[in-house]
Design a protein around this ligand. Structure first.
Ligand SMILES: [Zn+2]
Length: 433
């Protein structure tokens, strides 16, 4: 089931729509926003210079700091009388980023969320248990109005109160669970402890999860514990909130709603646009937002995008589940290494725990990478042969999957220092040198 036929439009039609909307958006911000006018002028570019989609590479980037610098409403492009909703980040590290929506933007948001729900097979017959937090965070209300748009019954449970949430899910016959994956797992664990028989006590068939970085292992654990399909949703408040992209039933990759969002992948160090399929930082331009249009927003999220059509019939390009954060990236002998990728390899290795540390250092002119991993309790630590095998397997996997040549060092459980209860994952000694 596809909510809007725009999701299955021919590629040329999608790109023609994007170009038209990109030009409109550029013209609007140039005319209305002093911030963007100055940025365009500095680069010597005018909105009418955009002749093809590729010309987007000539436009300036927008960063999170730009939103902070113009706190709270400095980047809005409509009068406040037109703004109908404000959301904001928690601002735990400085000023929060504030975003605003006019009535048209709300329609766009509900539309893209309706697409997400339809991808999950949700209809008017479903009961959606919404465990995303309601408030300034975009999760709660984003999922709320999208569910209403497809005519489903929404239960605005918000976060917390695990036992009560489980009771409501059971008694109201929730068929859809929307919340963060870690909360879904927590709910499942509590339900299991209470002796629930999931298939009998609950009617859940699908979960729509997002809003936090998630490893493949966690996704599988959530899907397995509830015995449901795991649908992933991606979004960020600076762009709209949840509903930028979502995975369909045929693919782990997430369809980007390209008629509303223009996505690029850039090299996080040089800012250069990378070819299709290559991994880099996701950059998004809003194509239809009015209150807070954003040009080339640097999400800091690492992913790749492919445009080949999907079995589901949608033609919108697909991004991988976020691989890591651009800030965490290490460059080792010219190869980009993301700690989350290393973690993925370790998670799939036998005989070791997820307590590890990546240490980068210099050896002559070359970078050296060492990965310390604590072995699990059940490994025979006096069996040198077994330890050698474990070590070699991890080294081979790192080389074959990530093209990195690392020396793996196995250590005893609880050897790696924890600071404030949290292990330090990466130590880059090259910076100190
Ligand atoms: Zn698909």
């Amino acid at each position: 089931m596809i909510w809007n036929k725009a999701e299955s439009a021919p590629r040329e039609e999608i790109e023609a729509t994007q170009l038209e909307r990109l030009r409109e958006t550029a013209s609007r911000v140039y005319a209305i926003s002093p911030f963007y006018k100055q940025k365009f002028d500095e680069l010597g570019i005018l909105p009418q210079d955009i002749k093809s989609i590729d010309d987007i590479a000539k436009l300036p980037f927008t960063k999170k700091q730009d939103l902070r610098d113009h706190y709270p409403f400095g980047l809005f492009c409509v009068p406040m009388s037109e703004v109908v909703r404000i959301h904001s980040s928690s601002g735990t590290t400085g000023k929060p980023t504030v975003v605003g929506y006019n009535a048209h933007d709300m329609e766009v948001w509900n539309e893209v969320m309706a697409r997400v729900y339809t991808m999950a097979g949700v209809t008017a017959k479903d009961v959606v248990h919404n465990g995303y937090g309601y408030g300034l965070f975009t999760g709660g209300l984003g999922f709320h109005y999208g569910a209403e748009k497809v005519g489903a019954t929404i239960v605005p449970a918000s976060g917390g109160f695990t036992d009560r949430q489980l009771m409501l899910m059971r008694d109201f016959g929730a068929t859809v669970l929307a919340c963060t994956p870690s909360f879904a797992l927590h709910l499942a664990e509590v339900a299991a402890k209470a002796g629930s028989e999931f298939r009998k006590d609950y009617k859940l068939k699908v979960g729509i999860f997002g809003a936090e970085p998630t490893s493949k292992g966690l996704k599988e654990a959530v899907a397995k514990s509830w015995d449901i399909r795991y649908q992933e949703v991606y979004g960020l408040s600076e762009i709209i909130g949840p509903g930028v992209s979502s995975s369909c039933e045929y693919s782990d990759r997430l369809h980007i709603f390209e008629d509303h969002f223009l996505a690029e992948i850039i090299d996080p160090k040089t800012g250069e646009v990378l070819p299709e399929g290559q991994r880099g930082e996701l950059v998004i331009t809003t194509l239809t937002k009015q209150a807070l249009p954003i040009i080339r927003y640097r999400t800091g999220d690492i992913t790749s995008i492919i445009k080949e059509p999907c079995k589901c019939g949608r033609t919108h390009a697909r991004m991988e589940s976020i691989v890591g954060r651009a800030d965490d990236m290490l460059i080792v002998n010219g190869v980009n290494v993301y700690p989350s990728q290393v973690e993925h390899v370790i998670a799939n290795s036998e005989g070791v725990t997820l307590n590890y540390q990546i240490i980068a250092s210099k050896k002559g002119h070359l970078d050296k990478l060492e990965i310390m991993v604590e072995v699990s309790d059940d490994v025979m630590r006096d069996n040198i042969g077994e330890l050698e095998n474990i070590k070699k397997r991890i080294q081979d996997d790192l080389l074959n999957n990530l093209y990195i040549n690392a020396a793996v060092k196995l250590v005893e459980p609880s050897t790696i220092e924890r600071s404030m209860g949290k292990a330090v994952r990466v130590i880059d000694k090259r910076k100190e040198a």
